[in-house]
Design a protein around this ligand. Structure first.
Ligand code: ADP
Ligand code: TYD
Length: 205
Protein backbone atom coordinates (compact mmCIF):
# COMPACT_ATOMS: atom_id res chain seq x y z
CA UNK A 1 0.00 0.00 0.00
CA UNK A 2 1.26 3.43 -0.94
CA UNK A 3 0.65 6.28 1.52
CA UNK A 4 1.79 9.83 0.80
CA UNK A 5 2.06 12.84 3.07
CA UNK A 6 1.43 16.24 1.57
CA UNK A 7 1.09 19.86 2.66
CA UNK A 8 2.73 23.25 2.25
CA UNK A 9 6.25 23.88 3.56
CA UNK A 10 6.10 24.04 7.35
CA UNK A 11 2.85 22.06 7.64
CA UNK A 12 4.60 19.37 9.72
CA UNK A 13 5.10 16.64 7.09
CA UNK A 14 8.67 15.74 8.05
CA UNK A 15 7.76 15.66 11.75
CA UNK A 16 4.88 13.24 11.09
CA UNK A 17 6.84 11.20 8.55
CA UNK A 18 9.76 10.68 10.96
CA UNK A 19 7.42 9.62 13.77
CA UNK A 20 5.40 7.19 11.62
CA UNK A 21 8.38 4.83 11.17
CA UNK A 22 8.66 3.97 14.89
CA UNK A 23 4.88 4.23 15.43
CA UNK A 24 4.16 1.61 12.74
CA UNK A 25 7.38 -0.37 13.27
CA UNK A 26 5.43 -3.64 13.60
CA UNK A 27 4.27 -3.18 9.97
CA UNK A 28 7.89 -2.71 8.81
CA UNK A 29 7.09 0.28 6.56
CA UNK A 30 9.37 1.61 3.83
CA UNK A 31 9.91 5.26 4.73
CA UNK A 32 10.86 7.39 1.73
CA UNK A 33 10.54 10.89 0.26
CA UNK A 34 10.54 13.17 -2.76
CA UNK A 35 12.73 14.83 -3.75
CA UNK A 36 15.95 13.10 -2.87
CA UNK A 37 15.55 9.35 -2.60
CA UNK A 38 18.02 8.88 -5.49
CA UNK A 39 21.03 10.84 -6.82
CA UNK A 40 18.71 12.93 -9.04
CA UNK A 41 17.61 14.63 -5.83
CA UNK A 42 20.95 16.44 -5.78
CA UNK A 43 20.20 17.97 -9.20
CA UNK A 44 16.76 18.98 -7.93
CA UNK A 45 18.28 20.68 -4.87
CA UNK A 46 20.65 22.58 -7.15
CA UNK A 47 17.78 23.66 -9.42
CA UNK A 48 15.82 24.90 -6.39
CA UNK A 49 18.87 26.77 -5.07
CA UNK A 50 19.70 28.45 -8.36
CA UNK A 51 16.03 29.16 -9.15
CA UNK A 52 16.83 29.14 -12.87
CA UNK A 53 14.31 27.79 -15.40
CA UNK A 54 10.88 26.65 -14.11
CA UNK A 55 10.44 24.07 -16.91
CA UNK A 56 13.88 22.53 -16.26
CA UNK A 57 13.14 22.51 -12.53
CA UNK A 58 9.74 20.82 -13.08
CA UNK A 59 11.29 18.15 -15.29
CA UNK A 60 13.98 17.45 -12.70
CA UNK A 61 11.26 16.86 -10.09
CA UNK A 62 9.61 14.47 -12.58
CA UNK A 63 12.94 12.70 -13.21
CA UNK A 64 13.41 12.33 -9.46
CA UNK A 65 9.92 10.78 -9.27
CA UNK A 66 10.68 8.31 -12.10
CA UNK A 67 13.85 7.11 -10.37
CA UNK A 68 12.08 6.97 -7.00
CA UNK A 69 9.33 4.79 -8.51
CA UNK A 70 11.75 2.40 -10.16
CA UNK A 71 14.30 2.12 -7.36
CA UNK A 72 12.19 2.34 -4.22
CA UNK A 73 8.40 2.34 -4.67
CA UNK A 74 7.85 -0.42 -7.24
CA UNK A 75 10.19 -2.97 -5.63
CA UNK A 76 8.58 -2.36 -2.21
CA UNK A 77 5.00 -2.57 -3.54
CA UNK A 78 6.03 -5.70 -5.45
CA UNK A 79 6.74 -7.28 -2.06
CA UNK A 80 3.39 -6.03 -0.70
CA UNK A 81 5.16 -3.67 1.71
CA UNK A 82 3.67 -0.56 3.25
CA UNK A 83 5.34 2.50 1.67
CA UNK A 84 5.08 5.96 3.22
CA UNK A 85 6.42 8.86 1.15
CA UNK A 86 6.95 12.43 2.37
CA UNK A 87 5.69 14.27 -0.78
CA UNK A 88 4.84 12.58 -4.07
CA UNK A 89 2.92 13.36 -7.28
CA UNK A 90 0.55 15.91 -5.71
CA UNK A 91 3.49 18.15 -4.77
CA UNK A 92 4.19 18.60 -8.48
CA UNK A 93 0.54 19.14 -9.35
CA UNK A 94 0.25 21.93 -6.77
CA UNK A 95 3.72 23.59 -6.70
CA UNK A 96 4.62 23.35 -10.40
CA UNK A 97 1.14 24.54 -11.29
CA UNK A 98 2.29 27.79 -9.68
CA UNK A 99 5.89 27.91 -10.92
CA UNK A 100 4.91 27.03 -14.53
CA UNK A 101 2.17 29.66 -14.69
CA UNK A 102 3.06 31.95 -17.61
CA UNK A 103 5.59 29.49 -19.04
CA UNK A 104 3.21 26.72 -20.19
CA UNK A 105 -0.41 27.36 -21.29
CA UNK A 106 -2.20 24.89 -18.98
CA UNK A 107 0.33 23.73 -16.34
CA UNK A 108 -2.01 21.28 -14.54
CA UNK A 109 -2.93 19.39 -17.74
CA UNK A 110 0.72 19.39 -18.80
CA UNK A 111 1.82 18.01 -15.42
CA UNK A 112 -0.85 15.31 -15.51
CA UNK A 113 0.12 14.35 -19.07
CA UNK A 114 3.80 14.11 -18.14
CA UNK A 115 2.96 11.54 -15.43
CA UNK A 116 0.33 9.69 -17.40
CA UNK A 117 0.77 5.98 -18.05
CA UNK A 118 3.77 5.28 -15.81
CA UNK A 119 3.21 6.67 -12.33
CA UNK A 120 1.33 4.88 -9.53
CA UNK A 121 -1.37 6.79 -7.66
CA UNK A 122 -1.29 6.61 -3.85
CA UNK A 123 -3.89 4.50 -2.01
CA UNK A 124 -4.09 7.16 0.71
CA UNK A 125 -2.83 10.75 0.90
CA UNK A 126 -2.62 12.51 4.24
CA UNK A 127 -2.83 16.26 3.72
CA UNK A 128 -1.65 18.38 6.63
CA UNK A 129 -3.59 21.62 6.47
CA UNK A 130 -2.28 24.72 8.25
CA UNK A 131 -2.89 28.43 7.66
CA UNK A 132 -0.09 29.90 5.53
CA UNK A 133 0.73 32.35 8.34
CA UNK A 134 1.42 29.43 10.73
CA UNK A 135 3.55 27.64 8.11
CA UNK A 136 5.58 30.78 7.44
CA UNK A 137 6.08 31.39 11.14
CA UNK A 138 7.43 27.82 11.43
CA UNK A 139 9.67 27.90 8.32
CA UNK A 140 10.89 31.42 9.17
CA UNK A 141 12.58 29.87 12.18
CA UNK A 142 14.65 27.48 10.07
CA UNK A 143 15.32 30.14 7.36
CA UNK A 144 15.86 27.90 4.32
CA UNK A 145 14.53 30.76 2.21
CA UNK A 146 13.68 28.62 -0.84
CA UNK A 147 11.64 30.32 -3.54
CA UNK A 148 8.66 28.06 -2.78
CA UNK A 149 8.49 29.40 0.77
CA UNK A 150 7.13 32.82 -0.28
CA UNK A 151 3.68 33.77 1.01
CA UNK A 152 1.95 34.30 -2.40
CA UNK A 153 3.30 30.95 -3.63
CA UNK A 154 2.15 29.07 -0.54
CA UNK A 155 -1.32 30.66 -0.68
CA UNK A 156 -1.77 29.38 -4.24
CA UNK A 157 -0.23 25.99 -3.39
CA UNK A 158 -2.71 25.62 -0.52
CA UNK A 159 -5.63 26.46 -2.85
CA UNK A 160 -4.33 23.95 -5.39
CA UNK A 161 -4.20 21.20 -2.74
CA UNK A 162 -7.83 21.97 -1.84
CA UNK A 163 -8.79 21.73 -5.51
CA UNK A 164 -7.18 18.27 -5.74
CA UNK A 165 -9.14 17.18 -2.65
CA UNK A 166 -12.38 18.38 -4.28
CA UNK A 167 -11.61 16.20 -7.31
CA UNK A 168 -10.78 13.04 -5.32
CA UNK A 169 -12.31 13.04 -1.85
CA UNK A 170 -11.78 9.30 -1.26
CA UNK A 171 -7.98 9.35 -1.58
CA UNK A 172 -7.34 12.29 0.78
CA UNK A 173 -7.44 12.46 4.55
CA UNK A 174 -7.14 16.09 5.64
CA UNK A 175 -5.68 16.60 9.11
CA UNK A 176 -5.45 19.85 11.03
CA UNK A 177 -1.69 20.46 11.14
CA UNK A 178 -2.04 22.91 14.05
CA UNK A 179 -3.01 20.11 16.44
CA UNK A 180 -0.30 18.69 18.72
CA UNK A 181 2.12 16.37 16.86
CA UNK A 182 1.19 13.36 19.08
CA UNK A 183 -2.45 13.77 18.13
CA UNK A 184 -1.68 13.99 14.39
CA UNK A 185 0.57 10.94 14.68
CA UNK A 186 -2.13 8.88 16.36
CA UNK A 187 -4.88 9.71 13.81
CA UNK A 188 -2.56 9.28 10.80
CA UNK A 189 -0.95 6.12 12.21
CA UNK A 190 -4.22 4.42 13.11
CA UNK A 191 -5.82 5.33 9.76
CA UNK A 192 -2.86 3.82 7.90
CA UNK A 193 -2.97 0.70 10.09
CA UNK A 194 -6.71 0.26 9.50
CA UNK A 195 -6.46 0.73 5.72
CA UNK A 196 -3.43 -1.60 5.48
CA UNK A 197 -5.26 -4.34 7.45
CA UNK A 198 -8.35 -3.93 5.25
CA UNK A 199 -6.28 -4.24 2.08
CA UNK A 200 -4.55 -7.36 3.37
CA UNK A 201 -7.91 -8.96 4.24
CA UNK A 202 -9.23 -8.17 0.74
CA UNK A 203 -6.15 -9.73 -0.88
CA UNK A 204 -6.55 -12.94 1.16
CA UNK A 205 -10.17 -13.42 -0.04
P1 ADP B 1 7.48 20.32 6.72
O1 ADP B 1 8.22 19.03 6.57
O2 ADP B 1 6.05 20.20 6.29
O3 ADP B 1 8.16 21.49 6.08
P2 ADP B 1 8.30 20.19 9.50
O4 ADP B 1 7.85 18.86 9.98
O5 ADP B 1 9.75 20.37 9.16
O6 ADP B 1 7.38 20.67 8.26
O7 ADP B 1 7.85 21.25 10.61
C1 ADP B 1 8.19 22.63 10.52
C2 ADP B 1 8.37 23.17 11.95
O8 ADP B 1 7.14 23.10 12.65
C3 ADP B 1 9.37 22.37 12.79
O9 ADP B 1 10.09 23.28 13.60
C4 ADP B 1 8.51 21.47 13.64
O10 ADP B 1 9.10 21.17 14.88
C5 ADP B 1 7.25 22.30 13.83
N1 ADP B 1 6.04 21.46 13.90
C6 ADP B 1 5.77 20.35 13.16
N2 ADP B 1 4.56 19.85 13.47
C7 ADP B 1 4.04 20.66 14.41
C8 ADP B 1 2.78 20.68 15.14
N3 ADP B 1 1.85 19.76 14.94
N4 ADP B 1 2.60 21.68 16.03
C9 ADP B 1 3.54 22.63 16.22
N5 ADP B 1 4.73 22.67 15.58
C10 ADP B 1 4.99 21.71 14.69
P1 TYD C 1 10.99 19.28 0.77
O1 TYD C 1 12.39 18.85 0.94
O2 TYD C 1 9.93 18.25 1.01
O3 TYD C 1 10.76 20.58 1.69
P2 TYD C 1 9.86 20.83 2.98
O4 TYD C 1 10.31 19.82 4.02
O5 TYD C 1 10.20 22.23 3.35
O6 TYD C 1 8.42 20.70 2.65
O7 TYD C 1 10.80 19.87 -0.69
C1 TYD C 1 11.58 20.95 -1.12
C2 TYD C 1 10.75 21.93 -1.88
O8 TYD C 1 10.42 21.38 -3.15
C3 TYD C 1 9.43 22.26 -1.20
O9 TYD C 1 9.33 23.68 -1.14
C4 TYD C 1 8.38 21.74 -2.13
C5 TYD C 1 9.06 21.64 -3.46
N1 TYD C 1 8.57 20.56 -4.34
C6 TYD C 1 8.04 20.92 -5.58
O10 TYD C 1 7.93 22.10 -5.91
N2 TYD C 1 7.64 19.93 -6.42
C7 TYD C 1 7.74 18.61 -6.12
O11 TYD C 1 7.36 17.75 -6.94
C8 TYD C 1 8.30 18.25 -4.84
C9 TYD C 1 8.45 16.82 -4.49
C10 TYD C 1 8.72 19.25 -3.98
Amino acid sequence: MLVTIEGIDGSGKSTLHKALGPYLADLDPVITCEPGSTWIGEAVRRAIREHSDPIAEALLFVADHAAHLREVIKPALGEDRLVISDRYIDSRLVYQQVTLDGFIPDPLSWLRAVHHGWTILPDLTILLAVPVSVALERTGKRKKGEHFEQEPVLIKVHENYMQLVEEDKTRFLILDGTLPPEHILKVAGETIRFRYDELKKKKKK
